[in-house]
Ligand binder design. Structure first.
Ligand SMILES: NC(=O)c1ccc[n+]([C@@H]2O[C@H](COP(=O)([O-])OP(=O)(O)OC[C@H]3O[C@@H](n4cnc5c(N)ncnc54)[C@H](O)[C@@H]3O)[C@@H](O)[C@H]2O)c1
Ligand SMILES: O=C(O)C[C@H](O)C(=O)O
Length: 328
């Protein structure tokens, strides 16, 4: 192997997303072909044995790019020297649990993981939070890592973005690759706003190619509630598509987005588009040289403004709630 392996730490490695993700990372799809990778799997003690089983399977694939696998139940060990952190493991909401309980339980996970990243990760560490509530979990982790540049903490809305591409392509009977400039704004939740007023198909604005009623009453709710629909149909939340989106997010972050297009990612707001500074909110973004940049200068029509504001208000409420709990 020509170069030093890139260390990728995956939390919740024995879970369903972990199982769909690890093999793709090891095969080179996260970082690019030719880039050797060392995997670090973080799990809770009860799930370490299952992670060991997954590691045995990874070995059995004999991936040429896989330089090694470490397994730990200690975030300080798992994030030591990490160049990429995929924070997938989270506490799911269980019966009788209030929203505050969920935020608090996740604060107990993402606070210590943020601190471990701060104290032990490599200088170039890039973090993607997948575990829900992803935007606010990313904020908690970031708050515990004051020595890491704030923009290295991101949350995943790429799955929502991909869902939006697919729904629109299906409606217009075009290839997914023909849809450009899709945007998800706001929170990875049912308040998110998938925006067709800037998306283009065949060089023309997508909103002008569909009925208003389809856009408002079918497209937006289908994309925003897709996670719940998958849970209803599968009896478990999306896993392979979530892993795929995590791969897309990190690959584009490191390798850059294609010319003439953009993607969606939840990144710390710099105040653009009226989103309060510091909230980790989804924007139209491009990546250049390993850093996300918000696409600037888009006109926001009144309908979109209202939708963006509603989702951003939810993010602000979540930030207040975790702040009151002392998690920031
Ligand atoms: N952002 C998105 O688009 C998106 C999409 C799908 C799922 N999700 C979220 O991703 C998360 C994981 O989903 P899943 O289906 O893999 O769940 P899962 O329950 O199958 O796996 C989660 C794993 O995390 C582990 N875990 C729990 N606490 C941990 C800790 N402190 N440290 C390390 N590991 C820990 C568990 O032991 C488990 O193996 C959930 O929160 C889910 O809601 C997000
Ligand atoms: O796990 C969930 O609640 C749903 C998930 O975030 C998804 O969008 O598929």
């Amino acid at each position: 192997m020509p170069q030093t392996p890139v260390k990728v730490t995956v939390t919740g490695a024995a879970g369903q997303i972990g199982y769909a993700l690890l093999f793709r990372i090891a095969s080179g799809q996260l970082l690019g072909q030719g880039v050797p990778v060392r995997l670090s799997l973080l799990e809770i003690p009860q799930a370490v044995k299952a992670a060991e089983g997954t590691a045995m399977e990874l070995d059995d694939c004999a991936f040429p790019l896989l330089a090694g696998i470490d397994i730990s139940d200690d975030p300080n060990v798992a994030f030591d020297g990490a160049n990429v952190g995929l924070l997938v493991g989270a506490r799911p909401r269980t019966k009788g649990m209030e929203r505050g309980d969920l935020l608090e339980a996740n604060g107990g996970i993402f606070g210590p993981q943020g601190k471990a990243i701060n104290d032990h990760a490599a200088d170039d560490v890039r973090v993607l939070v997948v575990g829900n509530p992803a935007n606010t979990n990313a904020l908690i982790a970031q708050a515990h890592a004051p020595d890491v540049p704030a923009d290295r903490f991101t949350a995943m809305t790429r799955l929502d973005h991909n869902r939006a591409l697919s729904q629109l392509a299906g409606k217009l009977q075009v290839a997914v690759a023909d849809v450009k400039k899709m945007t998800i704004w706001g929170n990875h939740s049912a308040t998110q706003y998938p925006d067709l007023y800037h998306a283009e198909v065949g060089g023309k604005i997508a909103a002008e190619q569909v009925d208003d009623s389809w856009l408002r009453d079918t497209f937006i709710p289908t994309v925003a509630k897709r996670g719940a629909a998958i849970i209803e149909a599968r009896g478990a939340s999306s896993a392979a598509s979530a892993a795929n989106a995590a791969i897309d997010h990190v690959y584009d972050w490191i390798n850059g987005t294609p010319q003439g297009d953009w993607t969606s990612a939840a990144i710390p707001s710099d105040g653009s588009y009226g989103v309060p500074e510091g909230l980790i909110s989804s924007f139209p973004v491009v990546s250049n040289g390993g850093a996300w940049e918000i696409v600037q200068g888009l006109d926001i029509d009144p309908f979109s403004r209202e939708r963006i504001d509603a989702s951003v208000a939810e993010l602000a409420e979540e930030r207040e709630a975790v702040s009151r709990l002392g998690l920031l």
